[in-house]
Design a protein around this ligand. Structure first.
Ligand SMILES: [Zn+2]
Length: 214
């Protein structure tokens, strides 16, 4: 369950001599700004409204700032709706923007690494592969696996094929990140041989999703 909704925060309370309270005839008020914001798990996502209110110091009823002299309303607004008070209301949006920015940069770096690893392979490179685009008779429900470079001779690559297969490339990536895919038992013993031109073609066709090097 996601907790979300609206909340408000008050700021810049000041004692003011305002208009006469229609309920108790007092003319002492506390003026304050109100920032209303949308939150998810109490993290402010964005501002949805701001207002200046008056609270009668005697009967505690609130009135709109429309009843305040213009100059005083301006002063409360200026004191409350500062960048320092308003910007934190957008914390969630800023966080989301930051996460998207970081992951986009991460993907760009990974793509560049993959291209350079394909161009200059090294022993123990692990390719995340869509087997359906490489072999015949692949179970389409479990078509993603790993190929590990075990030897390079000239432009011939010896590769071991993983025993584990997944329905998503992420399954293979997780095994690499958790180091499961670094152990010998993860692969069938007998290697297959591809030349580097074929590997480049597999990458171009999208059969090789990513190359991981440790
Ligand atoms: Zn009152």
């Amino acid at each position: 369950m996601i907790v979300w909704g609206t909340r408000s925060k008050t700021c810049n309370e000041q004692m003011v001599q305002g208009p006469v309270c229609p309920h108790c005839n007092t003319s002492q008020f506390i003026s304050f700004g109100v920032l209303r914001y949308f939150h998810i798990y109490w993290i402010p996502m964005f501002l949805i409204g701001r207002d200046v209110l008056l609270e009668c110091s005697h009967c505690k009823r609130t009135m709109s700032a429309k009843e305040l002299p213009m100059e005083l309303a301006q002063k409360v607004r200026a004191g409350c709706f500062t960048k320092r008070n308003v910007l934190p209301m957008f914390t969630g949006l800023l966080l989301i923007a930051a996460v998207i920015g970081v992951s986009t940069v991460g993907v760009a770096i990974e793509d560049r690494n993959t291209d350079s690893y394909i161009a200059a392979p090294a022993v123990n490179d692990i390719y995340v592969v869509d087997f359906d685009k490489v072999f015949y008779d692949v179970d389409p429900d479990y078509q993603y696996g790993a190929m590990r470079v075990t030897a390079i001779e000239g432009d011939q690559l010896a590769l071991q094929i993983s025993e584990m297969v997944y329905n998503k490339a992420e399954g293979v990536v997780e095994d690499i990140d958790s180091k499961k895919a670094l152990s010998d038992s993860y692969y069938s013993e007998e290697p297959i041989y591809f030349d580097s031109e074929f590997i480049t073609a597999l990458k171009a066709e999208g059969a090789i999703h990513v190359v991981k090097r440790h």
